[in-house]
Design a protein around this ligand. Structure first.
Ligand SMILES: Cc1cc2nc3c(=O)[nH]c(=O)nc-3n(C[C@H](O)[C@H](O)[C@H](O)COP(=O)(O)O)c2cc1C
Length: 339
């Protein structure tokens, strides 16, 4: 039996992309095409998320994605060294860096409280699994709760905690890895083998994510055992995407020939187009999210505004070459055309 939240016309999901790429217009276009759309709750205040939820109410089924805060202590000395390493980079970008690590929980409690008061059809998590009590509160409020997992072990743990489904993210996915262990090395590799392995261990609904570069990749992930397939990178250059012009152009530029997984921008592994910032700092990067995210934030904002793709986090999955322009609805429909 198909889970109610996957009873969409297309077995496709518009993946949540925090930091600006996911817009209400993108969600509306994805919904219009018959896909399940996610709002990206990461980095937003509860108030800003609330406004987006209000705008999404007439979509029918949709999801909200949250970042689960980690409990890792930051090594202040390693952080100070990394801030020192970036000092020249910052000066060139006209920014002064604060060598004192700043942390936050991404307004976790406020957003969970909001979602309990104003329930949405689906809530998904990335970066970790929250306390069982939060999962239960959200389920009691009426939401289907999904955990993003990157290994069979995480999948088992999430199922034991009572989630309603899993997003199985492979290492080829663009943006931050959902790994619950930010020190883990994210090796290159396809998503289908992980989906098959998770499918052998669970009968929960599965959404596969990572590396989609066309209809054949969607078919392969469904064949591997997924009930639906999530797409991120292929939506970044669409009309409704909020990705910056610098990011969009880089995705199509012949200058960028590969992706790499890096902690250099945020202190958490993320897949991006390999650029100068990654090459300069890969050997000194540290695991310290969100402290490194805050450290480099202004530098990255200025890079985006000034068209400096060499200092920007150009999140991209391995399928980035196939990221086309036009409406997101057309992109999604064409991915499902031959199913
Ligand atoms: C720009 C960008 C931002 C992302 N932000 C989030 C996010 O906020 N939450 C999340 O769970 N995943 C996030 N991801 C990962 C996607 O949800 C999804 O797993 C991934 O894009 C799938 O791989 P693909 O990019 O190869 O299609 C992001 C990905 C990108 C490219």
């Amino acid at each position: 039996m198909t889970a109610a939240f996957l009873e969409t016309a297309l077995p496709l999901v518009a993946a949540p992309m925090a930091g600006g790429a996911t817009t209400v217009d993108l969600g509306a276009a994805a919904t219009g095409a018959g896909a399940l759309a996610f709002l990206a709750g990461g980095y937003l205040s509860a108030e800003a998320l609330h406004a987006r939820i209000r705008a999404a109410r007439d979509w029918g089924v949709f999801g909200v994605n949250l970042f689960v805060p980690g409990a890792d202590a930051v090594d202040a000395e390693a952080f100070r060294r990394y801030a020192g390493e970036l000092a020249d980079e910052a000066r060139a970008g006209g920014v002064t860096l604060d060598p004192v690590p700043r942390t936050d929980d991404d307004a976790w409690s406020d957003k969970v409280a909001l979602l309990c008061e104003e329930p949405v059809p689906v809530v998904s998590f990335t970066f970790a699994l929250p306390d069982r009590s939060d999962i239960e509160r959200l389920r009691r409020a009426g939401s289907a709760v999904l955990a993003t997992v990157t290994t069979v072990a995480e999948a088992r743990f999430a199922e034991d905690a009572g989630v309603d489904g899993l997003i199985v993210q492979g290492p080829s996915a663009g943006g931050h890895s959902a790994t619950w262990d930010p020190d883990r090395r994210i090796a290159d590799g396809a998503t289908a083998p992980i989906v098959s392995a998770v499918r052998r261990n669970t009968s929960l609904p599965l959404i596969a994510a990572g590396g989609v570069d066309g209809p054949a990749a969607v078919a392969a992930l469904l064949h591997a055992g997924a009930d639906a397939v999530a797409v991120g990178t292929l939506l970044l250059r669409t009309d409704e995407s909020g990705a910056s012009p610098t990011h969009r152009d880089a995705l199509a530029s012949p200058e960028y020939t590969e992706t790499a997984v890096t902690r250099a921008f945020t202190g958490r592994p993320a897949r991006a187009l390999r650029n100068g910032f990654i090459d300069r700092h890969a050997s000194h990067e540290i695991t310290a999210y969100p402290a490194v995210h805050h450290l480099t934030r202004e530098l990255r904002q200025r890079a985006a505004a000034s068209g400096d793709a060499e200092r920007l986090h150009l999140w991209a999955g391995t399928g980035y070459r196939a990221a086309g322009t036009g409406s997101a609805s057309d992109v999604l429909r064409s991915l499902a055309a031959s199913l």
